[in-house]
Ligand binder design. Structure first.
Ligand SMILES: [Zn+2]
Length: 294
C-alpha cells in the first residue's frame, strides 16, 4: 500500500479495517498454541499456516495486518527453547505479514507487554523494560513494518517506557490498552490519565483491545478528552474469575457489528477483532464499514 497510515486517516472519514487475532485462528485450525512459545512457535513449526491466516484476513478486506510478533521477545522464548533467536523470529513474522499484505495492506508490528497479558507485573525493573522493548522496536523498524502497534498494555509504568522509546523512530505508532471496567488500566491507573499522557507523545491512534465488547463504550468515554482517532479490537467474550473463557455478545457477528457501529460514532477509525473472534467478523466489518461500503 503506497499510502501511509496518516494519509489514510486524513484522506476521509473511512474506517480502516484491522485484522483479527492470529492465536484464535491458529487454534481453530488445529495448531496448539498452549505451549511455551505460544503463537511464536507457529513461525517455526508451521509458517505456511501463519501466512494463510494473514491471506485470509486480506481476502476478508483488512487494510492493516498485524505481524505475529506478540510473543517473539527473548523473554517469552526462553521457556520454549533457548536456541530460538528472537530477532530471527520477529523478522520471519514480519516477512510473512508483508508477503500476505503485498500492496493491499499496511503491516503493523505488534509491541506487547513483557509480562502476562492479564496480570500486570509492576515489579519488572525499568532498565530491563527499556532494554527488552528497545530490542524489539529496533528489530521491527529495521525489517520495515509500516506501523508500530503497541497493544494489550496493562501497566502505566511499562507504557511510559515504551512511549519514551518510540520518540526516536519515525514510524507511526498506535496504542491500545486493556481495561476490565472501562475506567482503569489493569494496574489501577485511571484511563483519563492515559489519554492525557498520550497527548504529549507521538501516538497517532489510541484505544483498547482484548476487552469484552460490553465495556468498549465506557473505555471510549474514559478516553474522550483525547482527540486522536480511536482504535478498537475487542474479544468475543471474557475470562471469568476461574480463568474459563465465557462467550459474550462479542461472539455474535451481528451483535458485535451493531456495537461496532456505535464505537464508530464515538470516534473509532480503526476497527478489528481480538481473542475469540475470527475471519468472518473482519469480513463483516469490511462489508459494513470498509472502503467500498456505503
Ligand atoms: Zn485478545
Amino acid at each position: 500500500m503506497s499510502e501511509t497510515l496518516q494519509e489514510l486517516l486524513e484522506k476521509s472519514n473511512r474506517t480502516l479495517i484491522l485484522d483479527g487475532p492470529l492465536g484464535t485462528e491458529l487454534t481453530r485450525r488445529g495448531f496448539d498454541v498452549d505451549r511455551p512459545g505460544w503463537s511464536a512457535r507457529a513461525l517455526v513449526e508451521n509458517p505456511e499456516l501463519v501466512l494463510q491466516i494473514h491471506l485470509d484476513y486480506v481476502a476478508a478486506g483488512a487494510n492493516l495486518l498485524t505481524a505475529n510478533t506478540f510473543r517473539t521477545h527473548a523473554v517469552n522464548l526462553k521457556e520454549w527453547s533457548p536456541a530460538q533467536n528472537a530477532r530471527e523470529l520477529t523478522s520471519i513474522a514480519v516477512e510473512l505479514a508483508q508477503q500476505a499484505a503485498g500492496n493491499a495492506c499496511l503491516v503493523c508490528g505488534s509491541v506487547s507487554p513483557l509480562g502476562d497479558s492479564y496480570r500486570p507485573q509492576t515489579s519488572l525493573s525499568e532498565d530491563w523494560l527499556i532494554e527488552q522493548h528497545e530490542k524489539m522496536l529496533d528489530e521491527l523498524t529495521s525489517v520495515g513494518v509500516d506501523i508500530l502497534l503497541v497493544e494489550t498494555q496493562t501497566t502505566f509504568r511499562e507504557l511510559k517506557v515504551i512511549l519514551r522509546l518510540i520518540e526516536k523512530y519515525s514510524i507511526p505508532t498506535m496504542l491500545s490498552v486493556v481495561s476490565f471496567d472501562g475506567l482503569h488500566l489493569l494496574d489501577g491507573t485511571p484511563l483519563p490519565d492515559i489519554a492525557e499522557l498520550v497527548t504529549r507523545s507521538k501516538i497517532v491512534a489510541l484505544g483498547c483491545n482484548c476487552v469484552p465488547v460490553e465495556i468498549v463504550n465506557t473505555v471510549l468515554n474514559s478516553l474522550k478528552d483525547n482527540q486522536l482517532p480511536k482504535i478498537v479490537y475487542a474479544n468475543s467474550g471474557y475470562q471469568n474469575a476461574e480463568g474459563t473463557w465465557v462467550q459474550s455478545l462479542g461472539a455474535n457477528l451481528d451483535e458485535h457489528t451493531e456495537l461496532a457501529k456505535s464505537w464508530i460514532q464515538h470516534g473509532v477509525r480503526i476497527l478489528g477483532g481480538c481473542c475469540g473472534t475470527e475471519v468472518p467478523l473482519i469480513a463483516k466489518f469490511a462489508e459494513k464499514f470498509g472502503e467500498d461500503s456505503v
